[in-house]
Design a protein. Sequence first.
Length: 387
Amino acid sequence: MSTLFTDIASLVRTGEAFGHLEVIEDAAMVVEGSKVAWFGKIADAPTADVVVSLAGKTVIPGFVDSHSHLMFGGERSEEFAHRMAGQPYASGGIRTTVKATRAASDQELRKNVERLVQEFYSSGITHFEIKSGYGLDVETEARSLKVAREFTEDVTFLGAHVVPEEIERQDYIRLVVGEMLAACTPHAKWVDVFCDRGAFSLEEAREILEAGIAAGLKPRMHASQLENLGAIALAVELDCASVDHCTHLSPEDITLLSGSNTVVTLVPGAEFSTRSPYPDARRLVAAGVTVALATDCNPGSSFTTSMPFCIAVAVREMGLTPDQALWAATRGGASALRNQKGSLEVGAAADFAVLDAPNHIHLAYRPGVQLVEKTFVAGKQVFERNK
Ligand code: NIG
Ligand code: FE
């Protein structure tokens, strides 16, 4: 079946170059089954089985969220309240979620992911990555990844999130690169390490990532969120698809990144929720680094599923333009996952969102407003805003 979406005020396509958008005004788009079959000016639109008018609305490619931690039990609102009362953020909070995650059944974990994925859809996200990292024992890490695999092909093994309470540091690293990696590899595509103060050192990160690569996983990293331990040079050396957070980067880090295929994934929800300084996206962009935006959805440092919120904060606080932020949240996320999503192309999956707004600038211009009206994944509507 074909559907003609017409009277679109503005249809936004992402170009190959960072931040480049092509905006077609008074546009129409045809979706045939799961794919985009045509787009262009209304006047040139072909006929279709069904016609849907999107008068005054904007169509954008679905957001690609390249960094989320949806496999968890419980929540940490108390910790957030303490932080807002002046306590600093520390990686140790992760252990609170580890207890709740180990206690949750597969079905409880699955239900939690289902709820959060529905929130993703309501925010216009059509593709997402999911990490483990709140199990930190062989059984819970493996079952977390197995459940995550039901929702996405981009599943990341993050056994190296922190060292859990019950085991010595060296023993845990042996477990991660040994039995845990072996049990997790069949369910994952990526390996990630939290290389930071209170988590894993640079040497430990190297050992864990190299073991993951040898097992067939592709590397990515949590880097320089709390402190710069020199993770960027390692990430570039290992050709990590992405380095995430990057709150603290040196000029040398930026030079290295600009000559690499490694994307910098900024996660404004984390600085927002931990009351940390925002990294300056403008100096990355000026150096030619590819930037992605992700929710980092997790119960500790960034409990948001809203990509429009991340866009608004990235524009206001990190210095991205609205065009760059939209690109970073679509094609940037896709680059961070090394796939071709995040762009409306004839023949590509019809993954898109309809905004109740005359153009995409409204995503940053109207912070906190539910502008996403409908979301489609592979031509199928997965969300509709209540009228
Ligand atoms: O990406 N930085 C490390 N991991 C998560 C936070 C985990 C937590 O506090 O539960 C993050 O921010
Ligand atoms: Fe994270």
